[in-house]
Design a protein around this ligand. Sequence first.
Ligand SMILES: [Zn+2]
Ligand SMILES: [Zn+2]
Length: 98
Amino acid sequence: MAASSLPAPGTKYGPCADPCQHTDCAATRAMADRNCAGCADKIGYDQRFFCEDDGSLLHLKCWQPDNPPSPQFDPSSNPALDNRKLPRNQRSGRSIHW
Ligand SMILES: [Zn+2]
Ligand SMILES: [Zn+2]
């Protein structure tokens, strides 16, 4: 189980802000539009989430840490997470460091 997040549309690594035909953009939008298995809200952008073994998606903030996953997530593999603020996570009052 690995954590990741989706860069917001219009940002350097995010999908186009306007409708487009790019396969990558469509894939990112489709994933952001999926519902969290915990809170049933959309996964959305700039939120850390897990992709579970069964393929369902779960916000990091909605995940109940019964069995903490090993911190296999490598930020260097996703430069979109570098030097970026995550305002929604900050608003939750929690800071999570791997
Ligand atoms: Zn695009
Ligand atoms: Zn959720």
